[in-house]
Design a protein around this ligand. Structure first.
Ligand SMILES: NC(=O)c1ccc[n+]([C@@H]2O[C@H](COP(=O)([O-])OP(=O)(O)OC[C@H]3O[C@@H](n4cnc5c(N)ncnc54)[C@H](O)[C@@H]3O)[C@@H](O)[C@H]2O)c1
Length: 260
């Protein structure tokens, strides 16, 4: 985790930031970044032990409120209860980060029904359920930032039909949310990370990682802090005229081949 040494401003003082899948990886890096800029945090994950550890680390590092709850983003009742409780405790959710996601890679003919459902449900249905839960409150307060995690894979990737479909779905969902929130002060944007050093990337085999890293024009993987930087910008008041976009944070890999 890399906390900026001197955050120039506390852009999120008085703001409540809700993050899904916050126990590790990009979710935790974003929690750290938002807390460094004064945000109250409402964090969920399915892993209670890692979430508890993450909360302890964040509370040691930052003097902000850190609420945590074990919530499965695919369960509507759990999501609704989480958002209702967060709104009651902090007066509203200003920023929602739909970060939870999983991979179950396989060639299309070997993807089981369960592996299709699991991947699409966590990334796409989860983002929909969380957005649906925060929308009424954001609309009534006239302010909201929704950032959902797509992936460089959304344009297509071998052996990831379920993940690609879910992450392309995130782009469509984001554009629809952007339209529906546009007159209510709500922006919706997506981030499409490239290869970022998290436990998800570590779970890939070395040969696949090396091959992919060679395709990155910058020839190196990204740090979770690179993603947190982009998320903090899109979540800031200053980004209020930006909506419906996909921000690629990927060392240039989405541009195309740079193999010489
Ligand atoms: N790391 C990368 O290189 C990369 C690249 C492109 C996109 N992404 C996307 O960024 C997001 C974060 O990725 P990461 O690398 O930090 O992943 P990660 O696996 O390190 O962390 C994901 C977190 O989500 C949690 N989670 C899983 N299912 C959940 C559920 N049903 N409800 C709530 N939480 C759940 C996990 O417990 C975990 O803590 C994902 O959506 C991922 O698809 C990551």
């Amino acid at each position: 985790m890399r906390t900026p040494k001197s955050p120039v401003r506390a852009r999120f003082d008085g703001r409540t930031v809700a993050i899904t899948g916050a126990a590790q990886g990009l979710g935790l890096a974003m929690a750290d970044r938002f807390a460094a800029e004064g945000a109250t945090l409402a964090l969920i994950d399915v892993s209670e032990s890692r979430l508890t550890q993450a909360a302890e680390l964040l509370r040691e590092t930052h003097e902000v409120d850190v609420d945590v709850a074990v919530v499965d983003v695919t369960a509507a009742a759990e999501v609704n209860a989480w958002i209702t409780a967060t709104e009651a405790a902090h007066g509203g959710v200003d920023v929602l980060i739909n970060n939870a996601g999983i991979i179950r890679d396989n060639r299309v003919e070997n993807i089981s029904d369960d592996d299709w459902d699991a991947v699409v449900d966590v990334s796409l249905k989860g983002a929909f359920l969380c957005a649906r839960a925060v929308f009424p409150g954001m609309r009534s307060r006239g302010y909201g930032r929704i950032i959902s995690f797509s992936s460089m894979s959304w344009r297509g990737n071998f052996g990831q039909a379920n993940y690609v479909a879910a992450k392309a779905g995130i782009v469509g969902l984001t554009r629809a949310l952007a339209l529906e929130g546009a007159t209510s002060g709500i922006t919706a944007n997506a981030i499409a990370p490239g290869l970022i050093e998290t436990p998800m990337l570590a779970s890939m085999n070395d040969a696949a990682r090396d091959l992919l890293t060679r395709k990155v024009p910058m020839r190196h993987t990204g740090d979770p802090a690179d993603i947190a930087e982009g998320a903090a910008f899109l979540a800031s008041e200053a980004a209020g005229y930006i909506t419906g976009v996909v921000l690629d944070i990927d060392g240039g890999i989405s541009i195309g081949s740079s193999i010489r």
